[in-house]
Design a protein around this ligand. Structure first.
Ligand code: ADP
Ligand code: ZN
Length: 711
């Protein structure tokens, strides 16, 4: 078997033109009969590494996966691509199990997914012996290690694979494995001279942003409004808060549901299904949500609270944008969350408490970072990155440093005069000259720095205290009720004139304004979320509902974006779209081609476009819009949209007779204030319904035809 065959299969079954880095090498190793260990981030493309050998090699491959709920989806997705696959686990009854086994023994399957319980069960070995698999793929291989966080005892029995099937290659795959876990995987599976493939953990399509956790609800609602029709997940710390937040979002008219481990299993399944099928847009969940779902078009993830560590954070944001299209992530950060998490850890965790506290501290440092966030993440995972990413809030809006020595001196001297006996909030209150009872009772209003920082608001002080903490100028004594302590570095500031650089505090409002200004200026990344995309998306929902499958099984978002951008109108062009394989072309190609032709109109289409031609002919004969509509038995707005399309395409239409230059100008100006994608409805709403849809349509047509010259 060679890589050309592999590449042909990639195109034929999956519609992809090329392998991602490492995929080809991994497949090559399988062809050579060698064992491999594959470490790739979620969404990195691990499945292709065993699915391509499975469809190209003679015989059948076995995939071991602990996530039973995922098996059905994965098998469904493979079948949608024309690959014969099945699964065996405890959810099937006897008869179905038997028929799967028969299919396997009859050589009818390329891939068989098996739960670890099934694989290690008594009478499974004879079956395996009789089918003689060509490959064992062990998915979520970190479950084998007791060091990992999802230890599965059955996984430790998998060693028999190597003893019973000496010649069959094994490929172990995971998205999370530190060095120790890697060693464990190799040892437990008895892999023979395995090659380790460790991919970059970078997910450049995920934007990263951290915001202060004030007025979170308000911020979340406005965030969701800016992501219309885009599914997303909000992670909350407690079950109760998933419920409360959901309720508030529902009140705002947002399609939301909550999910946590305290709910009944069938309730959870129903909520998950609704989300997968794009019926619910937003899920407010505890971290229990996400492991068992394989939804590739999650477009955003919000963390309502700070996660416990960077591993969890990265795994959770990793659930966004698995299709490779852009996705946004937002983390809310407040110091209170840190205190709360510290308390939770101290009360519940006895093993490795120090390590867990240190991990939390790294998470906090990430949230407070003043340098490129992606670099921090990747360096945490041991990757050496030399460039800033350009796709995080810090890169887009670099904080400005200033000489904060005086501010630092005031803070440190207050701590000193409070004899290192006060917590952060108390120190700030003293600096701000608060008249709180507590302070007066303790006589803190008599110390020299009382009120010395009145001019700085509380939140801003907090921001500076966090920076001082990060820079080592102060310490928090967690074992003494969180009082603030001085350090040797703080003495240098107080007594040796050491200067301190601080980063200016930006309020939420300022941040939002900066973000808006940036959005206006920046050249938009290639994210085609226009009217056509929306139309194709609707078509996808309709086809999915008719067939009872999740929408992303039809095509994923990245594929739709590419269609919207390059507008394929023939089978050949459609085949060139990434994600359109033979089977999907056959099943769905013509629906999407028709929708695109209808959208684009005459000049480029086939026979179908004649509807525009008819309108055009009548128009040329001097009929009015109303007359054309009457004759053609369509609404005037349809005629207007035909004329708009004809005009866009360069036809000879007297646009100025249909829409006034003032309206054209106003509509095109309005685009600056409207979030992309420009939906007609948003423009309509922008003018409070004062400009009819057909006029907007015509104005946009003017804009498109003259886009090089500007309006
Ligand atoms: P993982 O199992 O590593 O989380 P998947 O195997 O589910 O990731 O792949 C993530 C997404 O990337 C899927 O939508 C998959 O079809 C897509 N993908 C994988 N390999 C390629 C490739 N070579 N070209 C384009 N897309 C790919
Ligand atoms: Zn960055």
């Amino acid at each position: 078997m060679n890589l050309d065959t592999a590449k042909e299969a990639l195109k034929k079954y999956f519609g992809y033109d090329s392998f991602r880095p490492m995929q080809a090498d991994i497949i090559q190793k399988v062809y050579e009969g060698r064992d491999s260990l594959v470490l790739m981030p979620t969404g990195g493309g691990k499945s292709i590494c065993y699915q391509i050998p499975a469809v190209t090699l003679p015989g059948m491959s076995i995939v071991v996966s602990p996530l039973i709920s995922l098996m059905k989806d994965q098998v469904e997705a493979l079948r949608a691509n024309g690959i014969s696959a099945a699964f065996l686990n405890s959810s099937l009854n006897e008869a179905s199990q038997r028929s799967v086994e028969e299919a396997a023994m009859g050589g009818k399957l390329d891939l068989l997914y098996v739960s670890p319980e099934k694989l290690v069960s008594q009478n499974f070995l004879p079956f395996l012996k009789s089918v003689r698999p060509n490959l064992f793929a062990i998915d979520e291989a970190h479950c084998i290690s007791s060091w990992g966080h999802d230890f599965r005892p059955e996984y430790t029995q998998l060693k028999f694979l190597k003893t019973e099937f000496r010649e069959t290659p094994i490929i172990a795959l995971t998205a999370t494995a530190d060095k120790l876990t890697r060693k464990d995987i190799i040892g437990q599976l008895a892999l023979r001279q395995p090659e380790a493939f460790i991919a970059s953990f970078d997910r450049p399509n995920l934007s990263l942003e951290v915001r202060p956790g004030q007025r979170r609800l308000e911020q979340i609602v406005s965030f969701i409004k800016k992501h219309p029709n885009q599914p997303g997940i909000i992670y909350c710390l407690s079950r109760k808060s998933t419920e409360n937040l959901t309720e508030k979002l529902l009140e705002k008219g947002i399609s939301a549901a909550h999910y946590h481990a305290g709910m009944m299993a069938d309730e959870r399944t129903a909520i998950q299904e609704d989300f997968i099928n794009d019926r619910t847009e937003v899920i407010c969940a505890t971290v229990a949500f996400g492991m068992g779902i394989d939804k590739s078009n999650v477009r955003w993830v919000i963390h309502y609270n700070l996660p416990k560590n960077i591993e969890s954070y990265y795994q959770e944001i990793g659930r966004a944008g698995r299709d490779g299209a852009n996705a946004d992530t937002l983390l809310f950060y407040s110091y209170n969350d840190v205190l709360m998490l510290q308390e939770i850890l101290q009360n519940n965790e006895s093993d490795m408490l120090d390590i867990k506290m240190a991990k939390l501290e790294r998470m906090q440092q990430y949230a407070e970072a003043v340098g490129c966030r992606r670099r921090i993440l990747l360096s945490y995972f041991g990757e050496d990155v030399k460039q800033d990413c350009g796709n995080c809030d810090i890169c887009r809006n670099p904080p400005k440093a200033f000489d904060g020595t005086v501010i630092a001196q005031k803070a440190l001297s207050a701590i000193h005069r409070l004899q290192q006996q006060a917590g952060m909030a108390m120190v700030i209150d003293v600096l701000r000259g608060s008249g709180k009872k507590d302070i007066l009772e303790r006589g803190y209003h008599n110390i020299k720095t009382y009120g010395a920082g009145r001019d700085i608001p509380f939140l801003e002080w907090q921001h500076y205290f966090h920076q001082l903490l990060n820079m080592g100028y102060i310490e928090i004594a967690h074992d003494q009720h969180g009082v603030v302590l001085l350090t040797p570095a703080s003495r240098r500031v107080l007594f040796e004139n050491e200067t301190v650089q601080l980063v200016r505090f930006a309020t939420i409002k300022e941040r939002q304004e900066a973000e808006k200004a940036r959005a206006k200026e920046a050249i938009k990344p290639q994210r085609v979320r226009d009217e056509l995309f929306e139309k194709l998306r609707q078509l996808r929902i309709q086809l999915a509902r008719e067939r009872g499958v999740p929408p992303y099984i039809i095509f994923n978002d990245a594929t739709l974006e590419e269609m919207a951008a390059s507008k394929p109108m023939t089978d050949d062009d459609m085949k060139n779209i990434s994600g359109v394989g033979e089977r999907k072309l056959h099943l769905y190609g013509s629906y999407f081609i028709d929708a695109i032709i209808e959208f684009v109109g005459p000049a480029s289409g086939r026979g179908k476009s004649s509807t525009y031609q008819v309108t055009h002919d009548m128009y040329q004969r001097g009929l009015t819009v109303e007359e054309i509509a009457e004759k053609r038995q369509v609404t005037p707005s349809t005629v207007y949209s035909h004329l708009a399309i004809l005009y866009e395409q360069g036809s000879d239409i007297a646009l100025e007779e249909l829409v006034s230059p003032e309206v054209v100008n106003q509509v095109l100006q309005s685009l600056r204030y409207i979030q992309e994608p420009y939906l007609l409805k948003d423009i309509f709403d922008y003018f409070d319904g004062q400009v009819p849809y057909h006029q907007i349509r015509l104005a946009l047509a003017y804009g498109k035809r003259h886009s090089t010259a500007g309006p």
